[in-house]
Structures are given as C-alpha cells and as structure tokens.
Design a protein around this ligand. Structure first.
Ligand code: CA
Length: 243
C-alpha cells in the first residue's frame, strides 16, 4: 500500500516551461525530479551563456540558476536575465554567506537555496514563486488582508488592524507597501532603501532600523516577536503572508 503525501495548501500550479542552468548533471537531475510535476516542460543549460540565450529565446516561467558555472559567475547571469525579464530566478548555491545572499537579491534573484536541498522543500518554494508570478503577473490586488486582521489598502494608502485605522507616517507606509507588494520575499536593506528614499547616499540599514521598529509597534500584535515584518538577519526584511 502506498501513501501519497499531499502538499498542504492550494493545488499545485503547472508551469508551461522551466529552465535549469546547472553544469553538474546529478544536481540538475535532482532539480528536474523535484520539479517534474510542476511543469509541462523543463529545459536545461549547462553553462551561463547558454542559460542567458535560452532564457531569452524560450521565455521560461521560472529559472533555477546555479551560481558555480564554468563560464560566467551565476550572479552575472542573474543580472543579465533581470535586465529584460521578470520571471522568478531561484539561485542554487553551495555556500551560504549573508553577504552573498544580499548581492544576489540585489542582482534580482527572488530566492536562494543552499545545496544540498530537500526535494520537498525545494518543490514547495518553487511552487510558491510560480503561484505568485503566474497568478498575479506582477500585479498586487488593491487590498491585502493578512492573518490577524491586518488589512492594507494600496489605493487609499491606508492600514487597519481589526477594523481600526492605523496611522503610519509616509515613510512607514512606503516601507510597508514595498515589502507587502512582494510578500514572502526578502528585500535587502538596499532594495528597500532605493524604493523608499530613491537612490541616495547614506546607510540604509541604519535608516531602516528605526522605521521598522516604529512600524512594528503599530502593526504587530507583539512587536518583539513580529509576525508580519520579519527580519532576515544580515540581509533585509520581508512581509510574511501565508500562501
Ligand atoms: Ca555548478
């Protein structure tokens, strides 16, 4: 008798096409196995140049990109694809430094998975990215309702908790909306800073810390244990929204 483990949450979304850019055959096989049910077609590139070409020619729904490629650094492949495409890019890396993660997110990667990875967890993360990009196509609905009675109205630029309006400063609102529009994705300090203050001099981490503290005091049940605006240590912040 066999038991099928059902993923928790909504049924899997099927992508039309996924691209794996990876030079090690056994890793790309593992990635393929993890994603087989989630896509009609999976194509592979064994180096960075061919990855960029295939991403441009085939317009996949999502790219899984290894950082250690024989011809180009993965981060450059990421930056290049991001110049003209918006599909999610999920990076695979053998390392796991915060500095590297910051650089990758700044280069336009959506997520970062450390090798070796768990197949189930990897598939779930890919599903989450596909769900977001295929169902929204980059658009956010005008109203976002999070658990715990937190509601964001993007058109009115207003926030309420359990029906009671929360008064945010313009800066707090800009930070919150930047995070919430890409919920469950970590934005680096620099990315948040650029979105809220524009390209400016200054130490984004310092600037942000105070505003994040104030924001949490206003929207979190327990500001010391935030459930919405979560810290990704050494990297940035993200707005958590259960899928
Ligand atoms: Ca490699």
């Amino acid at each position: 008798m066999s038991h099928v483990i059902q993923p928790v949450g909504p049924s899997p979304l099927k992508a039309r096409l996924l691209l794996i850019v990876e030079d090690e055959p056994q890793i790309s096989r593992a990635v393929r196995n993890a994603l087989n049910d989630g896509a009609d077609r999976i194509i592979e590139a064994a180096n960075g140049r061919s990855g960029i070409d295939q991403a441009a020619a085939e317009q996949p729904d999502l790219v899984v990109l290894d950082l250690g490629l024989p011809d180009l650094p993965g981060i450059e492949v990421c930056r290049e694809i991001r110049r003209w495409a918006e599909m999610p890019i999920v990076v695979l890396s053998a390392r796991h430094s915060e500095h590297e993660k910051v650089q990758l997110l700044n280069a336009g990667a959506d997520d970062y998975v450390t090798k070796p990875f768990s197949t189930l967890e990897f598939a779930a993360r890919i599903q989450a990215h596909l769900r977001r990009s295929l169902s929204h196509r980059g658009e956010t609905s005008p109203i976002l309702e999070a658990t715990g009675g937190l509601t964001l109205d993007f058109a009115r630029r207003s926030v309420s908790r359990r029906g009671i309006p929360v008064r945010l400063t313009p800066t707090e609102w800009e930070i919150l909306q930047a995070l919430a529009r890409q919920s469950n994705r970590t934005l680096t300090h620099q990315q948040i800073f650029d979105r809220v203050w524009g390209k400016n001099a200054g130490n984004p981490q310092q600037y942000l810390r105070v505003h994040i503290t104030n924001l949490r005091r206003k929207i979190e049940e327990d500001p010391a244990r935030p459930q919405f605006v979560v810290t990704d240590p050494g990297v940035g912040y993200r707005f958590e929204l259960p899928e």
